[in-house]
Design a binder for this molecule. Structure first.
Ligand code: GLT
Ligand code: MN
Ligand code: MN
Length: 391
């Protein structure tokens, strides 16, 4: 019997080398799993049905590697990807682990640090393009403060803009086909990180010299840490044509960045997210990678890591089926049918003095409208029943 939830290449599921390779260390204890060879990770990803793998420069190439060591490592990695049918759709730079970045990379006060960050990122861009990446992520984990006495936040924003503008020009100058995706996070590892939410990033992007090359990479856990609706953030990014990449995982509100298995904490929100991405309620399907930026619990050994990875993909496909069932439910269609009033709708946009008059002369029974129930309780119960497989 075929498993209808089995991942297929067209599902476009991707994992980071840093996700399935996460050895389980945390601020209170060391690694609990052995370091895995990136080529082995890629082979295993191919085996379990993933489509792609994403990486930071230093997930593959050690920070201090020589040019010839780098070339050997990259050659072996490319061969492993080809053998396994795995692509590399996204790459990024590690601008957070080395102590030089302890007070930021592009926003650091020391120009030498900012120069080092630009150099390292250009190298990582070259690597990403060599591996076939079309998206390049910027997660500024160290771009923030504990004490704002050290820097005017306006200066930090200007420096970050200078850095991204410089790198956009680098990409153009090299003739690369590459876009940037900016990833927000409110805090951790810094006390506060600049551009804490996807909304902040969306505004910042509009101030760039080549804003058309730059979009966002929202992450479930990061938006949830900020206490915000991930579905709304992704919806706003999609509406602006700025959803370039997405980090799927799960997270309890108000905690550290948990990066749990997709769907583990809030399956209802995960279903609503998939509904948006897959366009089951109407609207265009989003065609990018379904990237899992998550890792296995620290309680697990290597087998548990692959249970985790299979679980991310399986939950996505189960919830996709549930979202399709919900949106083809006749009662849902009836409850959510768009209310159209040809006499009123044209008055609601494109100002004219005549429309002001027409709006003022409309007869609207506000008390009757205010008294009528919306039936969203009924609608949400139907959603829950689809989610639980009871309908
Ligand atoms: C790091 C972070 C993630 C980012 C990765 C890309 S690195 O694991 O926690 O949210 O997406 O830099
Ligand atoms: Mn992320
Ligand atoms: Mn995270």
């Amino acid at each position: 019997m075929t498993d209808r939830y089995a991942p297929k290449p067209e599902d476009r599921f991707t994992f980071g080398l840093w996700t399935v390779g996460n050895p389980g260390g945390d601020p209170f204890g060391p690694a609990v799993r052995p370091t895995q060879d990136p080529c082995d990770l890629v082979r295993k990803l191919g085996e379990i049905g993933a489509w792609g793998v994403n990486l930071h420069d230093n997930d593959l190439i050690p920070f201090d590697a020589s040019a010839s060591e780098r070339d050997t490592i990259v050659g072996n990695f490319k061969a492993a990807c080809e053998e396994s049918g795995i692509v590399v759709p996204m790459a990024t730079t590690n601008l957070f682990s080395h102590p030089i970045f302890k007070d930021g990379a592009f926003t650091a006060n020391d120009p030498k640090v900012r120069a080092f960050a630009l150099r390292k990122t250009m190298d990582a861009i070259d690597l990403g393009v060599e591996l076939g990446a079309k998206n390049f992520v910027f997660w500024g984990g160290r771009e923030g403060t504990e004490s704002d006495a050290c820097r005017d936040p306006r200066t930090a924003i200007q420096r970050f803009r200078d850095g991204i503008n410089f790198l956009c020009e680098y990409v153009k100058d090299q003739g690369y086909d590459l876009r940037f995706a900016l990833e927000a996070k409110p805090n951790e590892p810094r006390g506060d990180i600049y551009f804490p939410t996807t909304g902040h990033m969306l505004h910042f992007i509009e101030t760039l010299d080549h804003s058309e090359m730059v979009g966002v990479n929202p992450e479930v856990a990061h938006e949830t840490m900020a206490g915000l609706s991930f579905v709304h953030a992704v919806g706003q990014a999609m509406e602006a044509n700025k959803l370039f990449h997405i980090d799927l995982n799960s997270q309890k509100i108000g905690r550290y960045d948990q990066d749990f298995r997709f769907g583990a904490e809030d399956p209802k929100q995960a279903l609503l997210l998939i509904r948006l991405l897959e366009g089951t309620a109407g609207g265009e399907r989003w065609e990018g990678s379904r990237h899992f930026d998550a890792h296995s619990y620290r309680t697990e050994d290597i087998d548990g890591v692959w249970d985790f990875a299979r679980g991310c993909m399986r939950t996505y496909n189960i919830l996709k089926e549930r979202a399709q069932a919900f949106d083809s439910d006749a009662e849902v269609k009836q409850l959510t049918a768009e209310m159209v009033d040809p006499a009123i709708d044209p008055l609601l946009k494109d100002f004219s003095p005549q429309k002001v008059e027409a709006l003022r002369s409309l007869s609207i029974d506000h008390d009757a409208i205010g008294a009528a129930g919306m039936q969203w309780e009924r609608l949400d119960q139907i959603l829950i029943e689809h989610l639980l497989g009871a309908r």
